[in-house]
Ligand binder design. Structure first.
Ligand code: PLP
Length: 462
């Protein structure tokens, strides 16, 4: 096994951080100015989680490339953590948005585009009724409310270490039977998250059976493949069992396709023929213009209609939700970019990336694994894929060091990100995750693999 020591990682990280700063005087200057008015120097805290000491400020984009204010160019494999899966400034989406915007961004009235978009969403995902929200977090919050309303049950079930956006009910973890909010959650609605949520491990059928048997869970919210603590595939048959158990216990099944849309034009729901009661998809659905959809069954629609006429519901969405530009952006993204044809081009490139990383792992005998969902590829510092969220915390013995600690953070991760950025490769700020977009090329993939190889070579040199 290749020997990578903490000392070596830290030494290289120090020199790469220095280089990062030297290459980006303008970004640094801008960051120092923005700190006066934005908490953490950024308009949204997420933008502060990148390695390197300060965020890179963007000047311009072209397809899947970004140029920063210092003139550095990057092959963008982060793609806004899926929000820009369609590429930046995609011409058809820009044209559709521009056309609509000249006719008004938002009117609190529908436009003709709604006809095509509604039909297309049903064709792709098999659900007849839809609402348009601003973000996937919004859509998940709304979906949980609707599930509670329809079932008359208060609690929801989520899988341990899941992430579904800023949705309090899912921002908790179960550590050895102790439910707690995730660290950093401000102002939780309830002190004890077990009042709102039951958590079980992904792929744990007995725990799922037990958690649902009391028939007090309104809905199970899940991604088809977990994506937020690395890529964790369901065991064969797990999703079928989940569907059966939810049906048997009158529990709704909410599938969140926000990241798994990387798997194909209808996400993994389409690839695997899943049958959710509720489906949520945000991020790239309008090419990164803020929009998300929530779809649901006829049965839910009928039950809701009996309770309150749809237009009299309060506490869901907002006046900007479903605005005309968002619907126009969705029509363009679905028509021109999130197509089978594009996925058929992107997925083989992602396979090439996966193979390249697998060869690197084998060549250096690293105790890492690489996984892929469609055009999304991720490697982690563990010898084999975990089966659930808790396993991602497993302390993996790696030489005599603990440089990889929980596998998601730590100096090795920071080094990979800064080292790649200094050589024109942008990864997602957390995880070793890369997305292949519609204009990504073979050369882009080769660049990424070569940069990684060079890094491992430097780290393992005697
Ligand atoms: C699976 C999943 N659902 C929902 C969300 C929330 O998306 P947004 O932050 O755009 O609201 C995320 C964000 O990463 C996600 O990973």
């Amino acid at each position: 096994m290749a020997k990578i020591t903490l000392g070596k990682v830290q030494e290289l990280l120090d020199s790469e951080n220095k280089k990062f700063e030297e290459m980006r005087p303008e970004s640094k200057k801008l960051y120092e100015s923005t700190r006066a008015h934005f908490v953490g120097g950024v308009p949204m805290s997420w933008m502060r989680i990148w390695a390197g000491g300060f965020p890179i400020f963007v000047r311009s984009v072209s397809g899947t490339r970004i140029t920063d204010v210092d003139g550095n160019e990057y092959v963008d494999f982060c793609l806004g953590d899926t929000g820009a899966l369609t590429g930046h400034g995609q011409p058809d989406i820009v044209a559709a948005l521009s056309k609509q915007m000249k006719n008004g961004f938002t009117h609190m009235l529908p436009t003709e585009d709604c006809v095509w978009v509604g039909e297309e969403l049903e064709r792709r995902f098999g659900l007849p009724f839809w609402q348009v929200l601003m973000t996937a977090s919004d859509a998940n919050r709304m979906a949980l409310k609707i599930a509670r309303e329809v079932t008359g049950r208060r609690k929801i079930l989520a899988f341990n270490f899941c992430y579904h956006g800023s949705v309090d009910e899912t921002l908790c973890v179960d550590l050895m039977g102790n439910m707690m909010h995730v660290p950093g959650l401000p102002g939780p609605i309830v002190d004890d998250p077990s009042q709102t949520t039951r958590m079980v491990e992904f792929n744990d059928v007995p725990a799922l059976e037990k958690a649902l048997e009391s028939k007090d869970i309104a809905c199970v919210i899940t991604e088809p493949v977990m994506t937020n603590v690395g890529i964790i595939y369901p065991d064969p048959g797990f999703l079928d069992t989940l569907r059966k158990l939810t049906r048997d216990t009158g529990t709704l099944l909410l599938i969140d396709e926000t990241h798994c849309i990387c798997g194909g034009p209808a996400g993994m729901t389409g690839e695997w023929g899943l049958e959710p009661d509720i489906l949520v998809l945000g991020k790239p659905i309008a090419g990164g213009y803020p929009a998300a959809v929530m779809g649901f069954t006829n049965d839910i629609a009928e039950k809701l209609e009996k309770r309150v006429p749809w237009h009299l519901f309060f506490g869901i969405g907002g006046t900007l939700s479903g605005n005309a530009a968002a619907v126009a952006g969705m029509k363009a993204a679905l028509s021109y970019v999130l197509t089978r044809e594009n996925f058929d081009r992107m997925i083989p490139l992602a396979e090439r990336m996966e193979k390249g990383i697998a060869s690197l792992i084998a060549d250096f005998d690293l105790a890492w694994y690489v996984a892929r969902i469609g055009c999304r590829v991720e490697f982690r510092f563990m010898p084999r894929p975990p089966r659930n969220g808790l396993e991602t915390l497993a302390d993996v013995p790696y030489n005599e060091t603990d440089i990889f600690n929980d596998g998601l953070t730590g100096p090795m991760e920071a080094l990979i990100h800064v080292y790649c950025a200094n050589r024109g490769v942008m990864l997602t700020p957390v995880h070793e995750m890369a997305i292949v977009g519609p204009t990504t090329t073979e050369e882009d993939i080769n660049l990424y693999i070569n940069v990684l190889r060079q890094l491992i070579k430097e780290l393992t040199a005697e």
